[in-house]
Design a protein around this ligand. Structure first.
Ligand code: NAG
Ligand code: NAG
Length: 325
């Protein structure tokens, strides 16, 4: 038992701690000085069945598909080869480290511009899909104009305070659809994002909530982010928030690697090809279009300034633990 007086002292201590250090402590910082030492090139067959050939580090380097550029990290695709038989060459980069809870902040200058057949994503996922969860932060296909923020889990995880719906994140029984929706904000994705020089995304993942924030470059990036001392309690409304309901976040989301990739066609861009009136008018299949039109993918590249991972503050967690005990 904690006496009332001690409780008051403890909560005083808590707020002092929060003021002095913010709620988060830097764990890893990935930028133009070390990115490729800490992200691995995945070069197996695309798990989403895309018309893509993910290349290894040496090939990406020698063909100019990935490298340090403009003080950031360039991750592009082959925009020169016509009708590549094994799929269009691209890269998929995954952190060597994995994370459970915390705050992931990414400053991104350019996203793959929307193009028929393209399917770029910035996301996190755990080792046993869908049981260890997936969080899609930036994702879209074909000519989509705003990001789709989606969670995927095993069945039995739904949020009552979901920004979009209260659908089970394990829907439709296997997690392939998940829960979430497009944000409706055309500055957070593709052409609208690139026009303003991009911005900063933040994923806040706690035991109680998963939130995604987006700050456009044009003036509203919180000072505490710029200062390296992020405090989400100052940030206002997130772009997406998932909390409440039946979902046990700690049981459904764990050990996530952070990923940037661009694939083509496959289980999403290809699957909805016929439903896109503009794209399907250009070619009868997604693969045919992507193969025949390399020049359409010149702007299909990521330019990342940094990715920073912060852990929940240790001291604060210790005090919270004592309260719960
Ligand atoms: C490939 O690696 C070399 C040596 O590290 C580097 O100088 C060069 O810039 C890299 N190429 C690209 C496209 O990043
Ligand atoms: C956001 O994207 C979805 C999916 O492509 C689309 O239906 C919707 O119209 C878009 N919203 C805006 C405001 O562009």
């Amino acid at each position: 038992m904690v006496s009332t007086r001690n409780l008051a002292r403890l909560s005083g201590l808590l707020s002092i701690t929060a003021q002095a250090h913010g709620a988060y402590t830097i764990q890893d910082s990935y930028d133009a000085s070390n990115f490729f030492d800490n992200f691995e090139f995945f070069n197996g067959p695309d798990p989403t069945a895309g018309f893509v050939q993910y290349v290894d580090a040496a090939t990406a380097n020698s063909t100019g598909l990935a490298g340090y550029a403009n003080d950031g990290i360039y991750l592009g695709v082959d925009y020169q080869t016509e009708n590549p038989t094994a799929g269009r060459a691209s890269v998929r980069l995954t952190t060597t480290k994995s994370y459970t809870r915390g705050l992931i902040i990414a400053d991104i200058a350019h996203q793959p511009a929307p193009a028929c057949g393209a399917w770029p994503a910035f996301w996190t996922f755990g080792p046993s899909w869908p049981n260890s969860g997936e969080i899609d932060i930036i994702e879209g296909v074909n000519l989509q104009t705003n990001t789709s923020i989606t969670l995927h889990t095993a069945p039995g995880c739904s949020f009552s305070e979901d920004s979009f719906s209260s659908e089970d994140c394990g829907s439709p029984g296997d997690g392939t659809k998940g829960c979430g929706a497009s944000t409706g904000n055309t500055q957070d994705y593709g052409a609208g994002f690139n026009e303003i020089g991009g911005g900063v995304y933040a994923l806040q993942w706690t035991s109680d909530a998963i939130k995604v924030f987006f700050f456009p470059r044009t003036g509203t990036i919180p000072e505490d982010i710029e200062a390296g001392n992020p405090d989400p309690s100052n940030w206002g409304a997130p772009a997406a928030s998932f909390s409440g309901g039946s979902c046990d976040i700690n049981a459904n989301f764990m050990n996530h690697n952070i990923v940037f990739d661009t694939t083509f066609c496959g289980q999403w861009a290809g699957k909805v090809w016929a439903e896109d009136p503009v794209c399907s008018a250009k070619a009868s299949t997604c693969e045919e279009y992507v193969g025949a039109n390399p020049a359409d993918f010149q702007d299909t590249y990521w330019l990342i300034n940094y990715v920073k991972v912060f852990g929940e503050d240790g001291a604060k967690r210790g005090i919270a633990k004592r309260f719960n005990a």
